[in-house]
Design a protein around this ligand. Structure first.
Ligand code: IMO
Ligand code: MG
Length: 428
C-alpha cells in the first residue's frame, strides 16, 4: 500500500503540521525525511497545542508510528527535550523510531552555523541557527557522525577526536570563535547514545515493512520547495531537499510507493530569513498583516515577511514535485480584506518573465504582475464545508487552483484539526 507525501509548496511555515495531524488518522506511520529542528510544526487538536520540531506530527494518534528517517539531521538534545515534554503531557512515544543512518547535529555544528552567518555579514542567509547547514556539509564531506555511531563508544572516540581537532582549528583560526572541549563533547555524545538507544532502528526496513503489510504512510515534509538546496533561491535556501526527491533518498523509499503528493500552500505568502520574495508587502500594511495573522516563527520567534500569493512560484513548486493535489491553509486570515491579489507573472526591466527564474539575482529584480480580486466579508474561519465559503472566497481558491495547476483537495480555515474542509478524499 502506498505512501502519500505532504510537502511545503512555498518557503516553509505553510501549516504542514496541521495537515499531517488531520490526515494521520488514516495512516499507520508518519515519516520525516529531511531537515532537522529548523522545522516548527504546530498541531492543535482536542489534546492541546503542540509545537514539534523533530517528532513527526502524527504523534497525537497513539497507534501511528513516528519515524525519523536517514535524511533528517538530529540534534539529540532537542529531540530528547521534545520527547520529555510530550511524555509530561501524557503523550506516548513508544512508536517513535530514529534511523541509525541519520546524521547528528553536534555542538560544533551549532557553533559554526552562528560563526558562518556572522562572517557572511550583509549577505547572511538568516538561518535558524540550529546547525543544519554545517551538519549536512559534514555529511557530504563524509566526516559526519551518525546516530548509529553514538551507540559505539569505542569507534566513536577516535573519530570524534579527529573531527573536533579539525573543527576547533576552523572555529578558532578562521572564525575567531571559542574552541570546544573534546571530553565534554564526547561525554555528551555517549549520554545521547544511551538515552536514544531504544529509539534507534534501521528505519528504511520499518517503512518497507509497513508498506508491504498493506499500510498507508504519510511522508512529512519540512521547510518548503522554494527553500530546496537545488530548486530554491540559492544560496538563500536550507541545506536539504524538502521537495519530493528528498523523500526517496531521505528514507530509502522507492518512488513507485508514492501514490500522492500533496503540496501545502498558505493562502498568501510568508518567508523568514533572507532571499528574494517578489510579492512581499512592506511597511505598516505588512506590520498589521503580520500581527493579525501572528506570523512569527515557531522555531526562532522571528517576524516573518508577508505578501500576496505568488502563483508563478506556486506553479513552479507544483512542477518540481509533480503535485497531485493542493492544500490551501490560512484562508481565514484573508477574511475582511477589501480585495486580494494573486501574482500571475513577473516583469524584469519591462520584459515578461513567465517561469520562476533559477538565477537569484534575476529573481531579486522581479516585479510582480497582479490580478486583483474582490475580498469577502462573511468569514471563512472555522468553515468545514465548501458551501460555507462566501462566493468571492471560492472564486479566489478556484483561481489559485487554475494558476498552480492542480486541484485543491483540502482547505484549512483555522489552526485546529476540525477547522478543515475536505474538498475531495486524499487518502482512500
Ligand atoms: P518548517 O518545517 C520556514 C529557513 C530559514 C532560513 C533558511 C536556512 O517549519 O516549514 P537553516 O536553518 O535551514 O539553515 O536556514 O531556511 N527555514 C525555514 N523557514 N519554515 C521552516 O521550516 C524553515 N526551516 C528553515 O529561516 O531562511
Ligand atoms: Mg515552521
Amino acid at each position: 500500500m502506498p505512501a502519500f507525501a505532504v510537502i511545503g509548496g512555498q518557503w516553509g511555515d505553510e501549516g504542514k503540521g496541521k495537515v499531517i495531524d488531520y490526515l494521520a488518522g488514516r495512516v499507520s506511520g508518519v515519516v520525516r525525511y529531511a531537515g532537522g529542528n529548523n522545522a516548527g510544526h504546530t498541531v492543535v487538536n482536542d489534546k492541546g497545542e503542540f509545537q514539534l520540531h523533530l517528532v513527526p506530527s502524527g504523534i497525537c494518534w497513539p497507534d501511528v508510528y513516528g519515524i525519523i528517517g536517514n535524511g533528517v539531521v538530529v540534534d539529540p538534545e532537542s529531540l530528547l527535550g521534545e520527547i520529555g515534554e510530550l511524555a509530561e503531557r501524557g503523550m506516548d512515544t513508544d512508536k517513535l523510531f530514529i534511523s541509525d543512518r541519520a546524521h547528528v547535529i553536534m555542538p560544533y555544528h551549532v557553533a559554526l552555523d552562528a560563526l558562518e552567518e556572522r562572517a557572511r555579514g550583509e549577505a547572511a542567509i538568516g538561518t535558524t541557527g540550529r546547525g543544519i547547514g554545517p551538519t549536512y556539509m559534514d555529511k557530504t564531506a563524509r566526516m559526519g557522525i551518525r546516530i548509529g555511531d553514538l551507540l559505539e563508544p569505542e569507534s566513536l572516540r577516535p573519530r570524534l577526536e579527529q573531527t573536533l581537532n579539525i573543527k576547533n582549528k576552523l572555529i578558532t583560526a578562521v572564525y575567531e570563535g571559542e574552541a570546544l572541549d573534546a571530553e565534554e563533547v564526547m561525554e555528551k555524545a555517549l549520554e545521547w547514545g544511551n538515552r536514544l538507544r531504544p529509539y534507534v532502528h534501521p528505519t528504511e526496513q520499518l517503512v518497507q515493512d509497513l508498506l508491504d503489510a498493506g499500510n498507508n504512510i504519510l511522508l512529512e515534509g519540512a521547510q518548503g520547495t522554494l527553500l530546496d538546496l537545488d530548486h530554491g533561491s540559492y544560496p538563500y535556501v536550507t541545506s536539504s531537499s524538502p521537495s519530493i526527491g528528498g523523500a526517496c533518498t531521505g528514507l530509502g523509499l522507492n518512488p513507485q510507493a508514492i501514490k500522492g503528493v500533496l503540496g501545502v500552500y498558505k493562502a498568501y505568502s510568508t518567508r523568514v530569513g533572507g532571499g528574494p520574495m517578489p510579492t512581499e508587502v512592506f511597511g505598516e500594511a505588512a506590520d498589521a498583516w503580520r500581527e493579525m495573522a501572528n506570523e512569527f516563527g515557531v522555531t526562532t520567534g522571528r517576524a516573518r515577511r508577508v505578501g500576496w500569493f505568488d502563483a508563478v512560484a506556486g506553479r513552479y513548486s507544483q512542477q518540481v514535485n509533480g503535485l497531485t493535489g493542493m492544500v490551501l491553509t490560512r484562508l481565514d486570515i484573508l477574511d475582511g480584506f477589501p480585495s486580494v491579489k494573486i501574482c500571475v507573472g513577473y516583469r524584469v526591466e519591462g520584459q515578461d518573465v513567465k517561469r520562476y527564474p533559477s538565477d537569484t539575482r534575476i529573481l531579486e529584480q522581479c516585479e510582480p504582475v497582479y490580478e486583483e480580486m474582490p475580498g469577502w466579508d462573511n468569514p471563512t474561519a472555522s468553515a468545514t464545508s465548501l458551501d460555507q465559503l462566501p462566493d468571492n472566497a471560492r472564486a479566489y481558491v478556484n483561481r489559485i487552483e487554475e494558476l498552480v495547476g492542480c486541484p485543491v483537495q483540502i482547505i484549512s480555515t483555522g489552526p485546529s484539526r476540525d477547522e478543515t474542509i475536505l474538498v475531495e478524499p486524499v487518502i482512500p
